[in-house]
Design a protein around this ligand. Structure first.
Ligand code: DGY
Length: 324
């Protein structure tokens, strides 16, 4: 008998076929997210689950007595309650590597957009406001030869650093739990303590995973330390930033601008004050999302799932769950 799995998000047909060779699968086909109650029913006899972002906690696990693996199709895994999964010996996997360059490209898109005010000026032209040649009010800031500070130097941080150094002649500084000698050597990136990074960077890219330690990492104190010309980019998780403090910094011109792929609450609420500000560029959490990369991520997610339900060791178990 094949292992039973539930696929709680859309994945390409080719990937479904591949999963079907090894597993009996059921999938969520409707628009919108599956409700918790529905998911609990589906999981009552399943050995594996593919998802993105579903909170995997004790309550869910108590409805899934046979579950061996949760395969996240995302690199972030802040949806895992690691203690609950450890206690129940449920493996959790994610999809690193295949999305690094895609996310790094998008981060550079945010950097350029916020610095040169590209979305704002796009609206200006389309709204028919372009009346004269050289309006000083439209000028933004340079990116090249500036200092980029990266908080969280993982694989994506490194891909951002590479673009900054090799493409834009930027000086790269970074703050991370551990030093990265290979990035220092290859790209001349310099390790910095948090305070100096915040004080000296022209661009600050936040890429740290969301954990208890990084929740609200950037707040009033941190924005106050930044340069008035600083541009702040968040492509990690919305909860790593105190959004009220960010609004305060942008409104009161404590910093120049922000580029955001993530928000405290997603989808962002219509009346979120950030959406009213010209000096913020917003995106709908789309860092890794294009057909090609999402296909690769789904493939890695499927490989992890199949190995996990077939009793093999999946290649991408999240570090905290490797020893269960
Ligand atoms: C990830 O993979 O964690 C990205 O944020 C997309 O969800």
């Amino acid at each position: 008998m094949k292992p039973k799995v539930f696929i709680a998000r859309k994945v390409p047909d080719e990937i479904l076929e591949y999963i079907g060779k090894y597993c009996d699968y059921e999938k969520w086909d409707s628009e919108g997210k599956i409700t918790r109650e529905e998911l609990y029913k589906k999981l009552s006899d399943k050995d594996g689950l593919i998802t993105t972002g579903t909170r995997i906690d004790e309550e869910l696990l108590s409805h899934a007595p046979n579950l061996k693996i949760v395969s996240n199709i995302s690199v972030g895994y802040n949806n895992f309650d690691l203690d609950a999964m450890k206690a129940r010996k449920v493996i959790g996997t994610h999809t690193p590597n295949v999305l690094d360059d895609t996310v790094a490209d998008l981060i550079f898109g945010l950097i350029l957009s916020a610095a040169r005010r590209i979305p704002e000026l796009d609206r200006y032209v389309k709204d028919g406001k372009w009346k004269r040649g050289d309006d000083l009010n439209l000028f933004g800031l340079n990116v090249h030869h500036k200092t980029l500070g990266i908080i969280g130097m993982g694989r994506i941080g490194e891909a951002v650093a590479k673009r900054a150094k090799l493409g834009f002649d930027m000086d790269v500084i970074y703050h991370n739990r551990s030093r990265k000698p290979e990035v220092e050597e290859k790209l001349g990136a310099k390790y910095s303590d948090m305070e100096d990074l915040l004080k000296t960077s022209d661009f600050i890219v936040l890429m740290t995973p969301l954990t208890k330690e990084t929740e609200g990492l950037i707040g009033y104190k941190e924005f106050d330390l930044m340069k008035k010309t600083a541009i702040f980019i968040n492509a990690s998780r919305g909860q790593t930033v105190n959004e009220k403090a960010l609004i305060d910094a942008l409104e009161n011109k404590k910093i120049y601008a922000a580029g955001l792929d993530v928000f405290e609450k997603e989808p962002v609420e219509k009346d979120n004050h950030l959406l009213k500000l010209d000096n913020v560029v917003t995106l709908p959490h789309i860092g890794s999302s294009n057909d090609q990369t999402r296909f690769e991520m789904a493939k890695v997610g499927a490989e992890n799932l199949i190995k996990g339900v077939c009793g093999e060791v999946p290649p991408n178990i999240v570090p905290e769950l490797k020893s269960i």
